[in-house]
Ligand binder design. Sequence first.
Ligand code: AMP
Length: 368
Amino acid sequence: MTAEPLPPGATVGIVGGGQLGRMMALAASKIGLKSSIFAPDEDCPAFEVATFRHCAAYDDRAALERFAREADAVTYEFENVPAEALAIIEQHSHLAPNRRALEVSQNRLEERRFLAGLGLPCAPHAEIRGRNELEPAWSNLTAGQSDTLLFLKLARYGYDGKGQMRIGGAGDLAPARQWLGNEEALLERGVDFAYEFSMLCVRDQGGRMSCYDPPRNVHKGGILRESIVPAALPDDVLATAKDIAGEILAALDYVGVLAVEMFAERHNGGIRPIINEIAPRVHNSGHWTLDACPVSQFENHIRAVAGWPLGTTERHSDARMVNLLGEEALRWPSLLEENPSRSLTLYGKKDAVSGRKMGHFVELKPKP
Ligand code: AMP
């Protein structure tokens, strides 16, 4: 814990140089803090807006030490940072969220064990260690109904639907075996969901938690396309989802913003929330908070890391956020002309590679 709130002028270190790091650095700058980005890629989006830049590999011990010593507090913008890098950083600076939060969420098996330990709801699943364990687990989970949809997800480095494969029947087992090789993975039953949503919560150093209104999220091909608030969740579903998020944050002794991606599963004629995954960071489905809230997820995250009082998570408007993937971002002039009240954010990425998140826009409507 930082003993005192960091004063304006202090430096917040951010591990990772993507668009989330960029928006965190801008939020730090807004409240008079300096930002220092550690990233291996010279062209990364966050370097453009940072006060200090450390361009080095995540296993460069000396560079990590220099970065950590320069920062008064350090946070991270994605969960695939090696845990060893955080172990070095935490010796020299205050780290938030802590290393355990990263370790739990960067490995799908670890994450499921953690959630099961808390008794929290996830889809039925099995742990798989290499291709030979696939078929027995598939038989168990399909229980004689071989057309049951399953998802095979690599334990590590999965994001935006990458590192996963659908198994829709026995005919998919041979390609799945080959794809899996000797890797560790999670085999999970497909969820019959009405929609997806995410809880975006922030917790301060004293353990106080607050949640933004959850957005309803639309994915295509495993990639987030749109987030819409309000999600119009039934009250009991919202209350349960908040309790679930609260238990996760407390169990991790978490500081900062954390997202819990959830399925609204159809169940006995109603809806119940179950967890898809957790992300120990600000989240794509919370970008609308920049426009629809007095205090955005990025500012609240930086405030929590810096030991500042949190701001409200209330919103003043309804919002729709649309991701711009690959070449869609090249249409920015017409996107703006079509609707001048759209708020556009571009991440400064050079190559509009297909499926790559290049920017987003937000449309607001007054709350009814
Ligand atoms: P993930 O990378 O695990 O977040 O998965 C990306 C997207 O794939 C999710 O947002 C869902 O749209 C879909 N998906 C993943 N797991 C399941 C599941 N068990 N049942 C249904 N859809 C899923």
